[in-house]
Design a protein around this ligand. Sequence first.
Ligand code: ZN
Length: 367
Amino acid sequence: MKFDNSFITELKQQLPQYLRNLHGNKIKSDRGDFMQLLCPYHEEKTASFNLNIKEGKPLFKCYGCGRGGDIISCAKLDANTDNFPDAVKYACGVLSITCPEPTKPQTKEEREELNRKLAENRKAQAQRDKEKAVTQKRVKHLQEQLPKILNSYKNEYWREELHAELLSFNDDPELDAHAFIAGLFPDQSTIWCGDVKDSGSEKHSKHFRPANEWREIIESRKYIPARICPSTFQSGIHHRSKDFALDWKYICIEGDELIGHKATTVEEQEENKHLNYCLAKFCREVLGMKLVAVIDTGGKSLHLWFVMPPSEDFNLLCQIADGIGVDTATLTNPVAPLRLPNCIHNKTKKRASLLMFNPPIAEPFFQ
Ligand SMILES: [Zn+2]
């Protein structure tokens, strides 16, 4: 006879309540997840029976008589039985809960089937462990080699090289945000634009609009938003939350400490940006990612916008990014409010500018 595992797991959580119900008169201290009782199982005048939560499970231990265990051990002692189903039934009675029927004993075929499944699971797990080890080795190797690789990509004409790929349909940088949206998001998809705090209450619903509406607004120059998310959203919402994101189209890599620490001087900032350029090159050439835009944020780093890679590659990237000076919070957030071209950096007062733009869509806008 066997009970459902999840039921037994849940039952084991009920030990504190079991003790309150059955041995309430012996409780000397009850702080919820820690209790002290006069031991119900031996005579004593000072409480040496303790209940603690260990690894999420409530367990008791008596320092007087040495008894200890979980709710089943208690019920066995209280019901004076060694039989597991009887102890379970007894505990259910103390807790006033309905005891489920144990399942029937298994037939030989059922046992064999179960063993076969367990063996399959173990095999699959071993395979996953092996793959994980390979990935970890690759990550470690890349992390170690990356500074050397990035340095090998250095090129004093890096800005010119990026500029050579700066496709824009107008000569007015004020409209770069317009071009940016047109190149990255289909007309009808709902996107969020605004300031960091433009989210959360109903008045913010106007910040979620189809891409073509945003373009009209920017073109009319009535309002030029400062930030944008790399995802599309459900329509009719007012909260920039992961729950409402529909399609995570792009990822933004920001190597804010590629030089090994925060860049403070102008020279360090320039060096850090140069290394961001090298990182973009690495992602393109080694990882095969599609770079669509590079924005000089006006601060210490660049924003490298890539088309979202396949999930395995993305996981690998996140693992490499951790520990080499890339902002993983931005990288892993589909609803991060990222700087739009031409927005002003609050600290440096400099404008964010497009250094490179090779958008996947919007050919009609780039004639
Ligand atoms: Zn005891």
